[in-house]
Design a protein around this ligand. Structure first.
Ligand SMILES: *[C@@H]1O[C@H](CO)[C@@H](O)[C@H](O)[C@H]1NC(C)=O
Ligand SMILES: *[C@@H]1O[C@H](CO)[C@@H](O)[C@H](O)[C@H]1NC(C)=O
Length: 355
């Protein structure tokens, strides 16, 4: 299937002062990746990273799927939280470059092994200029492949040929989540849900918490395919119900984000969190729960509520373990909050009486 991933990863670890805007970050993360990607204009080539993954061998296979192109299919039942892929980039380029993107990609490609080059050139691409013949313009083809398959890797944008075979699903249809680990220089993909032997592994290329019509327009415009995932294929009545839940989640996330400016108090923030959680349960949309719970723990800590901090930090730990891996920084952070709620960075920064 033709696809591109211009979004960044919503689960990229937050750094530094961004933490204080945590609630806003949750909502804006999808858009940030797009902006970041399109600044691929000014910069220089980066050092090639050579290690290749080996730990995903018996979990899934890469197969040709009827009417869909290549995809990944589970070779056995997979538990939630299972590490599916751990992959170093074939190469990365800074998201800001000054040279021509096509020649930058081309020169990066000249430095990989013939095997890696094949893996790259095997990837699909969309949006190739229609007046050009691909055979005569290998540099433009390489650029199109890059633009179609690259994902953000910290401040850079990278190519991960194995992960690039993951197809897209919306809302409850995706079962795998990818995240970049800056400290390790790898992209990891974890099973968000249990996956049955023979089922396709699907991730999401964009924030799918929007109505079907908007998702379809966006995916076909930006990524060049019309989505036929389980959620996009629902009969109209069920589809409308799904759209309503997803829109309600967005509205509630938006309202929740106003806690940061002091517009709502702790009780309303926690109520909103519970409501988003319940809507996600009904919809089957479980992604982002780690961050949602961590945000609730943040609110609870700011209002010096030990019990609520513990409750939400525990949920955050459980859901971060699924999406980002039990060995992720985020899980470690929640473990230390659970041990000592008062050590939370936000502890006591809001009046506890304000509710
Ligand atoms: C590229 O695709 C060809 C044809 O499908 C396949 O035989 C080859 O193994 C692929 N190479 C890599 C490195 O993935
Ligand atoms: C939060 O929910 C509780 C229980 O449903 C309710 O009693 C309370 O009024 C709500 N508080 C706010 C501020 O929304």
């Amino acid at each position: 299937m033709a696809k591109s991933r211009k979004r960044g990863n919503k689960n990229t670890p937050r750094r530094g002062p961004a933490r204080s805007h945590v609630l806003l970050v949750s909502i804006l993360a999808g858009a940030v990746g797009v902006i970041c990607y399109y600044t691929l204009k000014n910069g220089w080539a980066q050092k090639l990273l050579e290690e290749r993954p080996v730990d995903d061998v018996d979990l899934f296979e890469v197969v040709q799927l009827p009417g869909k192109g290549m995809g990944l299919v589970a070779l056995r039942d997979i538990e939630p939280g299972q590490l599916l892929i751990r992959e170093k980039p074939l190469f990365t380029v800074p998201s800001q470059i000054s040279s021509s993107p096509a020649s930058l990609i081309w020169s990066s490609l000249a430095r990989v092994t013939p095997f890696e080059r094949d893996a790259f050139l095997n990837l699909s691409y969309v949006h190739f200029p229609s007046h050009l013949n691909p055979e005569d313009h290998p540099e433009e083809v390489a650029l199109a492949i890059f633009q179609t398959n690259a994902v953000s890797a910290g401040d850079d944008v990278g190519i991960f040929p194995r992960m690039a075979r993951l197809n897209h699903g919306c809302s409850s249809a995706f079962n795998a989540v990818y995240s970049w680990r800056e400290s390790e220089g790898v992209l990891v993909v974890h099973a968000l849900k249990g996956i049955r032997k023979g089922e396709e592994l699907l991730t999401t290329y964009t924030d799918t918490k929007r109505p079907r019509r908007h998702r379809r327009e966006y995916l076909s415009g930006q990524y060049g395919f019309s989505c036929t995932c389980a959620v996009c294929s629902l009969p109209s009545q069920q589809s409308r119900a799904s759209d309503r839940r997803l829109s309600a989640m967005v509205d509630k996330y938006q309202r929740l984000s106003t806690w940061a400016q002091g517009s709502i108090g702790k009780d309303e923030a926690i109520n909103l969190t519970n409501e988003i959680w319940a809507l996600g349960e009904e919809e089957g949309y479980w992604s982002e729960r780690g961050r949602l719970a961590a945000d609730a723990a943040w609110v609870a800590a700011a209002h010096s509520d030990v019990d609520a901090v513990k409750t939400w930090a525990l949920k955050a730990k459980i859901w971060y373990s699924r999406e980002l891996g039990s060995d992720s920084e985020q899980v470690k952070e929640m473990e230390s909050v659970l041990e000592q709620p008062q050590s939370h960075r936000a502890w006591g920064t809001r009046s506890s009486t304000k509710g």
